[in-house]
Structures are given as C-alpha cells and as structure tokens.
Design a protein around this ligand. Structure first.
Ligand code: NDP
Length: 603
C-alpha cells in the first residue's frame, strides 16, 4: 500500500507485527509487576533538595480553602481564588517549594515536551514570555515560583508537610487535615491537587534489592553523585559505568547527557519510544512584542482543538504534535465521503501506519548500526504511548561509549550485586538509574500517601473500589466541600496544564460563590454522579479497541484495561467540550447536580 506521502507498506504485515509486539509484552501481573517505593526502597523517594533539619510548631487553625499539592493544580486554583478575592488559602505540599512535577524532576535535559507558550500557564497575566519554544525544566520551575509570588500563595503555605489523613467532621462541617508535623488544620473546602504522575515506581525485577552500586530514580536525580545539573555536564560520571532502565519520555531527555558524561552508558530497553523531530529554538523577540492581548488563550485553544483531532483555520503552534493530528485528519478528510464507521477507522489506521513508518524511517536515517536501529523502532500506533520529540536521543546511540541493550520486550532478566543481566550477559555497573515512571492505577490512598475520609467514615479508596465515580471529574458524592483535580473522568488532553487550568477556574468559581452565599455544604448528588459515570462509560467504549491493540504501558493498565479501569478514563469528548460543559454549568446559576445547604437553611 502507498500513503499520500508515498510511503509503501503492507498493511497486513504491519498489523501482524503490532500484534506480535503487543503479545510479547503482555504479562499476567499487569500493574502488579512494579515495586512500591516503601520499606527498603523508601530512600529512593526521599527529597534530595529539602532541608532535613526543617521544623515548625504544629498548627490547629482554620482556613477557608486548603489546597493539597503546590504544583500547577494547586497554584492555578490558588491564583483564581485570589482573583475572586479569597484570602484564606493554604497550600500544603511535602516538597520544600512549590512546583510539583517541576520541583521533583530535575534530571539533566528536562524540558517541556509541549510548546512552552501553550504549556506554561498565566503567561499574559504575569507578563512573561518563555525563552525558548520548548522551555527547560528550570525555567518552568521558576515560573511556578513566579505564579506563587504574584498571587502571594506562599504567605500561609505549609511546605515540607506530608498529609497523613484528611477527614470530614460532619458536625463542624469542616475537613480536618492531619500531617506528619502534628497539624490538625481545619478547612471549609479542600481541593486535592496532588498530581497524577507523582509517585515514583520501580520495576519488580528479580534481585533489584541486591544491587550494591549507586542507584536512584530519575525524579530524585542525585546531582551530588553525577555532578552537573539539569542542563547536563555530568562530570563525576567520567570514570563510571552507568546503566539506565527505561526508555520512556524521561529517558529520551536524559540519555543524551548520560551518554556525553559517562565512561560507558548501557540503556536497557523493553519498548522503544517513538521519537520525532523537536526543532527547539529561542523565542523571537520580534514575535514576542507583536503578540496581541488574549494571544495565549487563543493559542492554547487552537492547540487543544488540533491535538484533539478537530478542525481549525490555522495551526499556530505548528510542531510535531500538531503535525501528527493534521496528518491523520488530512487523510480522514480526503477519504471520508460516504465511508462507513469501519471504513473511517481503517483510514485512520492507515494514516497512523504512515506516521509511524515515517518515525521508523527517521531511526534508520540517524542510527548508524543497523541492528541498533532496528531495535530502536517502535512497532505500535502513535498514541499507544506518549509520543516523544528529540534531536539528540537517537544520535546518542552512535557514540562508542553507549550500548543499547534491547530486551526484546521482556524487560531486564535480573539485577545482581554488581549489575544487570540480560540474555545471560551481566553488565557490571557503578550506577543504575531507574527511568521507570510513576504509579498509575493503584489505590488512591497508596498513590496519594494519605486516606481521604468522607461522610460516615467512607474512604475514597473504598468509594472507588469498583471504579472511579465523580460528577464532572471534580465532585464526589459522600465527600462534601471537596474537589479532586485529576485526569479521571475529565477532558482528554496531551497538554495537562490546560486541563488543570480549566478545572482550577471552575473550582475557584464554585468555592468563591459558596463563600459569598454562606454555603455550609455542597456535594454531588447521587443521581448527577451516576449520570456522569454513565456518560464516561458510554463514550469510553469507543476507545476500548485501542486499549486492546496497544502495547502495554500505563496508558492501558499494562494491557489489562477492563471495565473498571476504563471507568477511570478521560471524558472522551475533547478538552474544549469538557471546558464548555463546566462553563455552561456555571452560567446556569442553579448549581445543577449539587446538593447545597446554606447557613440560612441550617438555622
Ligand atoms: P514511563 O512510564 O513512560 O516509562 C517507563 C519506562 O520504564 C518504559 O520504557 C518501560 O518500558 C520501562 N520499564 C518498566 N519496567 C521495566 C523492566 N522491567 N525492564 C526494562 N524496562 C522497564 O515513564 P517516564 O518517566 O519516562 O514518563 C512518564 C510520563 O511523564 C510521560 O509519559 C509523560 O506523560 C511525562 N513526561 C512529560 C515530560 C514533559 O516534558 N512534559 C517529560 C518527561 C515525562 P515499557 O514501555 O515496555 O513499559
């Protein structure tokens, strides 16, 4: 078959190859294959940047709003609450600073994988223009601090504070937040902004506990050991044999620096990433000064529409993200007249194959050793895993001091005292780095590190035992005055801060209105919650196929997505549609779906 770009391929052969690659990777233990970072592994999750001697007196005061998590979710909700005039806000975070993801992840090469002009929120409000099209991690972390400073969000914050339990006190109609600092903070409203990909996970490789060399997870990068910083220059590794397990989006960014710094680098691969062109560039000052008021919202909306497969007159971001969807769309439009749903799906499949053939051809064009190039080719559909974009990752495998150790989809066989074993070969290492990602799909309290206990002692873990249940992805019946910011049952987007921004605006509006009208309790009704869950399940059924044919990963519960996990999926209507639903709900003015009790009604 030939695509409109002139790429030749055999559809049946490719389908079979994708199926084989998926089968080879499926494991009976699914998400259970990973090791929780507790007990002997707990040091791998310690905060390398916090002051270990920090101490303060316990708090037993009251605030209007407690924001659990000081990443983009907590910061944006705080910012919009301030814009509504809410003063009594407390950010609570286990980290020693604001920033969330951008506080924890400081590995060399860390950068935004979405264009910074749409990824970094509140640019116009703060009068800031990122220095590059894809900003580096440090600049994004600094922007988080800028948001906190601009909206004075650190004034009453509790940092280096780990929440142990959040419990609803029905009599007082307050949440009580218990922490590792002995606090019992009372709050009228709580907003859970504690992150989606935040708890590091380790691979359950036999012998992992026996390794005697140095080891750490990429989200707790050990600069003292490697030398250098987030920009690279890992001088201490010059005499070290370094191994890295994992080849996802994080590894793609740090491997070039490890390759440049290590005496020898071994990259242990289970599944290759799809790595397309990055083409980063400094911000053009002339372009920056030409921007009209409202430019950022306009650009974000344009990106959202295009990356959700919609149609727009222009492509403002014009990068590899939008090219993927434009290509898919172009083929769809060129071929849709009179097509059945099956024919349409087949056209999309064809467009996807063409895109992935291009990505695989890029590997051949860059990687010199044919066997290495073959091993680096991704054999799955574009959105089975997070697509990556980098202009130095593949090139790193041309270095003499870098070895790709492909495990043919099995993963590493064993870890020993002195190294890593694959196919009976032991690779001796001084340092082993885990680029193995974050927990997804485990119990809420396990991921959060605390229990959320609502009305009548019901925990969120129990409430969600048979699947996530929310209204609008934010409210939960049985958990009054509580909001959960998360991707579960919320709008799909590849640009996570966009979703957080939409949710933060909504939550801030609801809380500010509730405070203004002396609302004592607001809670999703059982009926509204059920209706939202039904909507998610119905729309999610359309995505069932992709969960079934994709290679395993955290997107599809390691290939074991079932009705329960799908219920915790996105609201598949596109992110702008989700935003519109919330906007329409606000303009209704009667809070449909919420049971609301005011001070007056209580008297
Ligand atoms: P991922 O979960 O994407 O990758 C984990 C890697 O570890 C995979 O390559 C996985 O292989 C591998 N792995 C797991 N177990 C084993 C094993 N037993 N043997 C060998 N390899 C193993 O984690 P990342 O940290 O890379 O990325 C997580 C997410 O963070 C991304 O998807 C993205 O959403 C986000 N991110 C965003 C960035 C941004 O700029 N905004 C930058 C970096 C990350 P396999 O694929 O076979 O499971």
């Amino acid at each position: 078959m030939t695509t409109p770009d002139g790429v030749d391929f055999d559809l049946e052969v490719l389908r079979e190859r994708y199926r084989e690659e998926r089968e080879r990777r499926l494991r009976a233990d699914g998400i259970e294959q990973y090791v929780e970072v507790v007990g002997a592994f707990a040091p791998l999750a310690h905060d390398p940047w916090a002051d270990p001697n920090f101490n303060r007196e316990p708090l037993a005061d009251e605030v209007d709003v407690a924001l659990i998590g000081a990443g983009f979710g907590g910061l944006l909700t705080g910012a919009y609450l301030r814009e509504h005039g809410v003063e009594s806000i407390r950010l609570i975070d286990k980290a020693a600073d604001v920033g969330g993801t951008w506080y924890w992840n400081r590995y060399p090469g860390i950068a935004c994988d979405i264009e910074s002009y749409v990824y970094m929120p509140l640019l116009e409000e703060l009068g800031y223009i990122p220095s590059e099209k894809y900003a580096k991690g440090e600049e994004i972390f600094e922007h988080c601090r800028r948001i906190a400073a601009h909206y004075d969000l650190c004034r009453d914050a509790c940092l280096q504070t780990e929440v142990h339990e959040i419990r609803w006190d029905a009599e007082a109609t307050r949440w009580v937040i218990f922490t590792n600092r002995g606090d019992a903070i009372r709050a009228r409203f709580v907003c859970m902004a504690n992150g989606f990909l935040q708890k590091p996970k380790l691979p359950g490789i036999p012998g992992i506990e026996t390794f005697h060399g140095h080891t750490f997870h990429t989200s707790r990068w050990d600069c003292a050991y490697t030398g250098g910083d987030a920009t690279g220059n890992l001088t201490n590794l010059a005499d070290k044999r370094v191994g890295i397990i994992g080849t996802g989006a994080t590894a793609v960014q740090c491997v070039p620096h490890l390759g440049a710094g290590s005496q020898h680098l071994f990259v242990f691969q289970r599944t290759p990433s799809s790595v397309d062109v990055r083409a980063n560039r400094p911000t053009d000052p002339e372009w920056a000064t030409s921007l009209e008021p409202g430019w950022q919202r306009h650009r974000i909306e344009n990106f959202q529409v295009l990356t959700a497969g919609g149609i727009a007159d222009e492509d403002l971001v014009d990068d590899a993200w939008t090219s993927i969807t434009k290509k898919l769309l172009a083929m769809r439009l060129n071929n849709t007249s009179g097509l059945s749903a099956e024919q349409l799906a087949a056209t999309m499949e064809l467009a996807d194959f063409a895109k992935m053939e291009q990505v695989r051809a890029r590997v051949d064009a860059i990687v010199e050793d044919p066997a290495t190039a073959e091993a680096l080719k991704p054999w799955y559909r574009q959105f089975c895993k997070r697509p990556c974009f980098h202009d130095e990752y593949l090139q790193t495998f041309n270095r003499d001091n870098v070895t790709l150790v492909d495990t043919h989809g099995r993963g590493v066989d064993r870890i020993t005292e002195s190294g890593v074993v694959v196919d009976d070969i032991e690779y001796e290492l001084d340092c082993l780095i885990f680029a193995t990602g974050f927990e997804v799909g485990t119990d809420y309290s396990r991921r959060a590190g605390f229990a959320l206990v609502g009305r009548d002692g019901l925990t969120l873990t129990d409430k969600w035992h048979d699947g996530v249940r929310t209204f609008h992805g934010l409210h939960i019946h049985g958990f009054p005055n509580c909001f959960v910011l998360s991707i579960a049952q919320s709008g799909f987007t590849v640009n996570f801060p966009y979703l957080l921004d939409v949710q933060a605006q909504h939550v801030a509006w609801v809380i500010a209105s509730a405070l203004e009208h002396d609302v004592v309790e607001l809670e999703a009704s059982e009926v509204a919650e059920q209706a939202w869950v039904d909507e998610i399940v119905t729309r999610g059924e359309r995505t069932t196929d992709s969960a079934q044919f994709c290679t395993p990963g955290y997107y599809n519960a390691e290939g074991q997505a079932d009705a329960r996990t799908r219920q915790g999926g996105f609201y598949f209507g596109g992110p702008t549609e989700y935003a519109e639903i919330l906007e329409t709900w606000r303009s209704d003015g009667t809070a449909p779906g919420l049971d609301v009790r005011t001070q007056e009604a209580t008297r």
